[in-house]
Ligand binder design. Structure first.
Ligand code: GSH
Length: 241
C-alpha cells in the first residue's frame, strides 16, 4: 500500500508536509481533504487520526498525526538529505529550538489573523472589532520580530547554511497571513530575503503550487461553501474571538 498523506493545502502544517515530501521525491498518495467542509470529522478519517486534525499519514498499518513528527518520520524512513534534520548536535538543537518555539508563537498568531480578517467576517458573517484585530496583529508582529532577530539573524537559514525543517515550518506560517492580504514582508527585508532563499531551496514551482490556494483566498472566499462551516461556528468563535 502506498504511503497516504491526508492534507488540506489551506493548512500550514499540511503545506509543510506536502512541500517536504515533494521536494524529497517521496512517493505518496495525496488524500486531499477539505477542513472547511468538516472532513476531519468523518468516521473514516477518525480511524487515521482520532485527534481529527490534518495533516495525518497512513503508511501501511502505521498511522501518524502532527506535522513535525510526520516529517521526522519521513526524513528517517526515506533518508532525506541530512540538512533537513541535521545530525550535528548543535544544528539539530537549533532546529528543535525553532520547532518547539513556534507552536505557541508564530503558529497560532498567523492562523488567528487569517480567521479574524477573512474567514470569520466573510464566511461566518461575524464582525471582528478593531481592538481584536490590532491585538492579533501585535502578537504576529512580535513573533515575526523574534523569527528575524533570534532565529534567522544573519544566517541564510535558521540552522545555518542549508534549509531545514525549521525553515519549512516557519515559511508556511509566514505565508498564511499573506493569504488574507497582509504584506508581512513590507519593511522586513531580512524576512523577504530569507523567504526567497527558502523558495529557491524547495523549488519555486513547488512553493507556488503549495501556496496557490491560500494566496487566492481573498478572491475565492465568496465562492466557498459556507453552509458546512456554519455548524462549527461556536467552536471557531470560541477558539479565535
Ligand atoms: N500541531 C498540529 C496542528 C494541526 C492542526 O491544527 N491542523 C488544523 C489545520 S491547520 C486542523 O486540522 N484543524 C481542523 C479542526 O480543528 O477541526 C500539526 O502540526 O500538525
Amino acid at each position: 500500500m502506498a504511503l497516504e498523506l491526508y492534507l488540506d493545502l489551506f493548512s500550514q502544517p499540511c503545506r509543510s508536509v506536502y512541500i517536504f515530501a515533494k521536494s524529497n521525491n517521496i512517493p505518496f498518495e495525496f488524500k486531499r481533504m477539505s477542513l472547511l467542509e468538516g472532513e476531519q470529522h468523518k468516521e473514516d478519517f477518525g480511524k487515521i487520526n482520532m485527534i481529527r486534525k490534518a495533516p495525518a499519514i497512513r503508511d501501511g498499518d502505521f498511522c501518524l498525526a502532527e506535522s513535525i513528527p510526520i516529517m521526522m518520520y519521513l526524513a528517517e524512513k526515506y533518508k532525506t538529505p541530512e540538512h533537513w534534520y541535521p545530525t550535528d548536535l548543535r544544528r539539530r538543537a537549533r532546529v528543535n529550538e525553532y520547532l518547539s518555539w513556534q507552536h505557541t508563537a508564530l503558529r497560532p498568531h498567523g492562523s488567528k489573523l487569517f480567521w479574524l480578517r477573512l474567514l470569520i467576517p466573510k464566511i461566518l458573517g461575524v464582525e471582528v472589532s478593531q481592538d481584536k484585530m490590532d491585538a492579533a496583529l501585535d502578537d504576529l508582529n512580535g513573533s515575526l520580530k523574534l523569527l528575524e532577530e533570534k532565529f534567522i539573524q544573519d544566517r541564510p537559514f535558521i540552522a545555518g547554511d542549508r534549509v531545514s525543517l525549521a525553515d519549512l515550518v516557519a515559511i508556511v506560517e509566514v505565508m498564511q497571513p499573506v493569504g488574507c492580504g497582509l504584506d508581512v514582508f513590507a519593511g522586513r527585508p531580512l524576512l523577504g530575503a530569507w523567504r526567497d532563499r527558502v523558495t529557491v531551496a524547495v523549488g519555486k514551482e513547488l512553493f507556488d503550487e503549495a501556496h496557490r490556494g491560500v494566496l487566492a483566498s481573498q478572491e475565492n472566499v465568496g465562492t466557498m461553501d459556507a453552509s458546512k462551516l456554519q455548524q462549527f461556528k461556536p467552536k471557531i468563535l470560541k477558539m479565535f474571538m
